[in-house]
Design a protein around this ligand. Structure first.
Ligand code: AP5
Ligand code: ZN
Length: 216
């Protein structure tokens, strides 16, 4: 089963994708994570990307489509979870072509609906483990032991450079302008499922599971 998790910054895409990887053996393809890796690599492309991301703007279609294309060559396990991709109509078209070329298709596009106000507190309270990638939140999901990752025990907990009020404003604008048209696009394709992303984490997970269990 191949799915897209669609939603604004902070909607909970990464949180739910990690859960699907663990519960179902699916493979998470997060373009945000791939771009942050590129950034850490210190290459010319990485440095260019870092600047754009810190401001909250979208990276070019060409770069992200290239990254996805590389990853799709690997084994998809029980299916791919596209997390934060596609984000433009151009990326959506490219994904359709890439999947068709592999003899695969998209099974569901899950739109996680969360209002802007909730997004601000989700983003400003977020931190992640720099070693295993687990996602935490100051209020809704703190580490059990202060300063130490529950999953791997690492004390390398980090906040993202773009998780500030200024960049978030730009990220939201980019979402409404360039990404939200995908909702209509996938609705017309008959692939769209909308869920309440404001619910508690486990309830959101259950809603996603129900959509997945309806497939094939
Ligand atoms: P990306 O890394 O994709 O960031 P994003 O879309 O802004 O999404 P986030 O990672 O911020 O949020 P999320 O929905 O995963 O939420 P999370 O689960 O962490 O992209 C970053 C940048 O890279 C972009 O701005 C752009 O520059 C570039 N980029 C990436 N992909 C691109 C593409 N395809 N094209 C062009 N450019 C691209 O949850 C957030 C917080 O809330 C956490 O603290 C979590 O613990 C908490 N939380 C989660 N669920 C709940 C819940 N149900 N209740 C309470 N709290 C919750
Ligand atoms: Zn960890």
């Amino acid at each position: 089963t191949n799915i897209i998790l669609l939603g604004p910054p902070g909607a909970g895409k990464g949180t739910q994708a990690r859960r699907l990887v663990e519960e179902r053996g699916m493979v998470q393809l997060s373009t945000g994570d791939m771009l942050r890796e590129a950034k850490d690599s210190g290459t010319e492309m990485g440095n260019k990307v870092a600047e754009v991301m810190a401001k909250g703007q979208l990276v070019t279609d060409e770069i992200v489509i290239g990254l996805i294309e590389e990853k799709l060559a690997a084994d998809g396990g029980a299916g791919f979870i596209f997390d934060g991709f596609p984000r433009t109509l151009g990326q959506a078209d490219a994904l359709g072509r890439l999947l068709a070329r592999m003899g695969q298709k998209l099974d569901a596009v899950i739109e996680m609906q969360v209002d802007d106000e909730a997004l601000v507190s989700r983003i400003t309270g977020r931190y992640t483990c720099g070693d295993c990638g687990e996602v935490y939140h100051d209020e809704t999901k703190p580490t059990k032991e202060s300063g130490k990752c529950d999953v791997c025990g690492s004390s390398n907990l980090k906040r993202r450079a773009d998780d500030n009020a200024d960049s978030l404003r730009t990220r939201l604008m980019e979402y409404y302008k360039k990404t939200s048209p995908l909702i209509g696009y996938y609705y017309h394709a008959g692939e769209l499922f909308q869920i309440d992303g404001l619910a508690e984490m486990n309830a959101v997970g259950d809603a996603i599971s129900r959509v997945l269990d309806q497939q094939n």
